[in-house]
Design a protein around this ligand. Structure first.
Ligand SMILES: [Zn+2]
Length: 83
């Protein structure tokens, strides 16, 4: 008689996002027509728990506002999430 052993492994992953103070200054969103808080696409993917390509799709679909400006990194507007 064969005896089966079942092994379950649970992996919990948590991520901590620490934002640099250089992005704390509000930036102008051309969609909201307001100064807004913003995050990088990478930060948005961590906050939303989705991949970076999903963030890109949401930007292309107009679900997220994309802010291009003088900064090195393009930014994602957070205003539409607080409304
Ligand atoms: Zn916006």
């Amino acid at each position: 008689m064969k005896r089966r052993t079942r092994l379950e492994i649970t992996v919990e992953i948590s991520q901590l996002v620490i934002r640099s103070s250089k992005y704390q200054t509000p930036v102008w969103c051309t969609e909201c027509l307001l100064p807004v808080q913003s995050v990088t696409p990478e930060e948005a993917s961590v906050l939303a728990g989705v991949s970076l390509s999903t963030i890109d799709r949401w930007v292309e679909a107009g679900s997220l506002h994309f802010i291009e400006g003088a900064r090195v990194h393009p930014l994602i507007c957070l205003a539409q999430h607080s409304a």
